[in-house]
Design a protein around this ligand. Structure first.
Ligand SMILES: [Zn+2]
Length: 183
């Protein structure tokens, strides 16, 4: 579990570390080792590197993203998010932005979920990968869920892990390779 004291310290450090990286990545908010995500629930957004050049910087960037992934509907509880998930989303975001011809944010419906809150969600798997920081439900702004899932399914670099199709969003995770369609 990521404690509040840890993430407050980490976010402060990451904020201090950010300016040099922003200059190094002046081309935009989408790119290799970067993510731009908007939380659908409240509109909070973060565009930042997912790793930096130094180990300390990378740990702070990881903490910043892990905190962003927190369960805002259950006391802001947070865990360390699987870096492989962030990498996959970063690669997917580059693809989606290429398809649309402009930098395209991920609109996140659900990131980390506490086990307690996950139990209250109809249709959620009891052992959901959302509960261990290995899953994301999202849309790309400007793409339908079908377009998003088709795009990810066609990309060999994203062929591992889980991909779930839903009417209103796409689920991506870093578990074993699975494909399902609930549309
Ligand atoms: Zn999901």
């Amino acid at each position: 579990m990521l404690t509040r004291r840890q993430w407050i310290g980490g976010i402060f450090a990451a904020t201090l570390a950010a300016p040099g990286i922003v200059r190094a990545q002046a081309s935009g908010v989408v790119g290799v080792n970067r993510l731009w995500v908007i939380r659908a629930w409240d509109g909070e957004q973060l565009d930042a590197p997912i790793r930096l050049r130094s180990d300390d910087g990378s740990r702070n960037a990881w903490m910043l993203w892990s905190y962003f992934w927190r369960d805002v509907k259950d006391d802001d509880q947070a865990v360390w998010i699987d870096m492989a998930l962030l990498d996959r989303l970063s690669a997917a975001q580059i693809l989606a932005s290429g398809q649309r011809g402009e930098e395209t944010p991920i609109v996140m419906n659900s990131g980390y979920r506490t086990v307690e809150r996950n139990r209250t969600i109809e249709g959620a798997a009891p052992n959901s990968l959302h509960c261990i920081g290995k899953a994301c439900d999202f849309n790309f702004r400007g793409l339908t869920p079908r377009q998003t899932a088709d795009l990810l399914d066609a990309e060999s670099r994203l062929s591992s892990g889980g991909l779930g199709r839903y009417d209103d969003f796409t689920h991506l995770d870093t578990g074993p390779r699975r494909r399902w369609d609930r549309t």
